[in-house]
Design a binder for this molecule. Sequence first.
Ligand code: UD1
Length: 402
Amino acid sequence: MKIISVVGARPNFMKIAPFCRAITQHNAALEASIGDRAHKDPSYIEHLLVHTGQHYDDRMSKNFFESLNIPSADINLNVHGGTNDEQIAATMEAFKPIVDAEKPDWVVVVGDVNATAACSQVGKAAGCKVAHIEAGLRSYDNDMPEERNRIITDGLSDLLLTPDRISQRILLDEGKNPASVKFVGNIMIDTLEEQREKASQLDPVAIVESALLEKEEIPDHAREDLHTGNYGFITMHRPSNVDHADILTPIVDYFCDELRDKLTLIWPVHPRTKKNMIAFGLWDKVLAQPHILITQPLGYHDLLRLNMGAKLALTDSGGLQEECCVLGTPCLTLRWNTERPITLEEHGGASTLVGNDVDNIKSALKRVLSEERKPMRPELWDGKTAARCVREIVQAHQTTQA
Ligand code: UD1
């Protein structure tokens, strides 16, 4: 059987890494059991990896391929920039001739980025089967491009591979065919489990020093905070938080003015956020703060290491909510909703929704700073999800061939 799997943006890379490895292991097991005949067996997987090009900076893409041992993409569509609609349209146009030429049996997409929605539609229109890894997440906020991408992709997928029981239930309640909905666990946690030992060897000071923007060196008190674990980290990139001056300014002012004597803040800044901070006149103020260390986007191991030792995460990322849940890092989620309710405190997780309201952030921060870490592992977040994904795809393929 032939599979094309697709990646486009940073959060896809930690999901595709274990999937690629699980395919290699699946083929190796087949070879071990039937030798040379394996290549002719219908369940032997011929795999092509397509990168749509959505993220293209070394620090947003290439570095992840290298550090997570993802095989180089077989094809890069080099589509990036523009609005979401333009990006989806251009990706569809570029992906179509690939699917027509390669004629895969399955197109496998992960997550909820533009690449996910674009390539699932092209795959389905070309008569391929489509599998979605990380199906069934819903924020019920159609203003989010990711929510629209999830609904489109889940609407047309032949195999819906879900990360938790909540998403499983959502898909069944939506009326999806129960035979197509399979609970496999969270594939991103495969990567976390595989990489946490390597990450734990890293030194937080060295991580920040090597990526520091603008400052000559880390001030002494911040160095001390990094040593003793008296630090938090910030990641923000959602348009709803960073595209409007009246929303971004009070949050940045709060980080600058009110957290100064509390802890050091590491802020690996996303290209969109940096561009907007400059446009809104906030960039110089943030850079001037001795307790805020702005860095370039960090590599997977670097951010994982910082997360392992942090007192606090302030983030609007979905993936970080999940990583904080497993590591137990108190996570103030800078959103009003989440498609990942399993990570919330009410389900035993480490995440609290604080939206983008400074009073909310303030009171939640006061509370969580005095709390202990509470690691929590939802069912099947066990590091073995990728193998289950491959198994389900092979089984679904055999069923369609029968
Ligand atoms: C995308 C995903 C989002 C994911 C995020 C992780 C969608 C709809 N959104 O949002 O779900 O959480 O990635 O980062 O797919 N840019 C660069 N270099 C790069 C990549 C982007 O400079 O390597 C710039 C772009 O030119 C653009 C901005 O960053 O100005 C936003 O990039 P884009 O890919 O449109 O979406 P993200 O905000 O990164």
